[in-house]
Design a binder for this molecule. Sequence first.
Ligand code: ATP
Length: 235
Amino acid sequence: MLKVNDLHHKYGAIVSLKGVSMEVNEGEVVALIGANGAGKTTLLRCISGILKPCGGDILYRGEAINGLPSYKVAHKGISQVLESRHVFPKLTVMENIQMGAFMRKDKKKIPDDIEELFEIFPRLRERVDQKAGTLSGGEQQMLVIVRAMIANPTLLILDEPSLGLAPIFIEEIFHIIPRLQRMGTTILLVEQNASMALAIADRGYVMETGRITLSDTGQNLLHNDEVRKSYLGEQ
Ligand code: ATP
């Protein structure tokens, strides 16, 4: 579904991606892990068209998408939930969700799809008329995921969905991701919480200073000595 080939990116003089190659197959959850500053967010932002790479290719279903503006990438079926977790604070939960559906042509199907998502996120159903700015951090994270999902993406990109959340919400997020996968969504996930991410991932990539240094199944990475020492806090 997604193939990144020898991707390079720079912020001025700072080289952030030094030839990254990776892929995501249809139906997979793929986790990208690595230390702070490794280039994970930069890679996601190049894929979703927020940043422009200076070399290499990004192919989505065989078509080059590198350099396309982000709204065109979104039109192709890629939704990204940014690390900043931005909601429209003065709009209600329902209005925020509807903002995510504005590109859809099949408007009649939207209420049923919202209902299906509320089955997974019952906490949001209880708060449909509440202003999004008054939700807790965990609830706002769920709202931005639902807003991305209601666009009906084929590829959902999640940047640090558990960052800064209370343990109960972290558990919930990692419980929800496999359910979204079972709904037919392919997911690319960046996470500091490497053990939980690898536990639910079909495959994973380890990134270090702008390069992919390791790739394997989620389970193999979870049991890899290097990964355990460097990213899972083991001696
Ligand atoms: P984190 O987990 O801390 O978000 P990351 O793996 O997502 O880290 P990036 O945010 O992609 O890493 O950063 C990769 C490199 O690019 C880092 O060295 C970072 O300092 C640098 N960088 C990121 N954003 C900018 C920017 N706007 N201007 C200059 N350098 C940047």
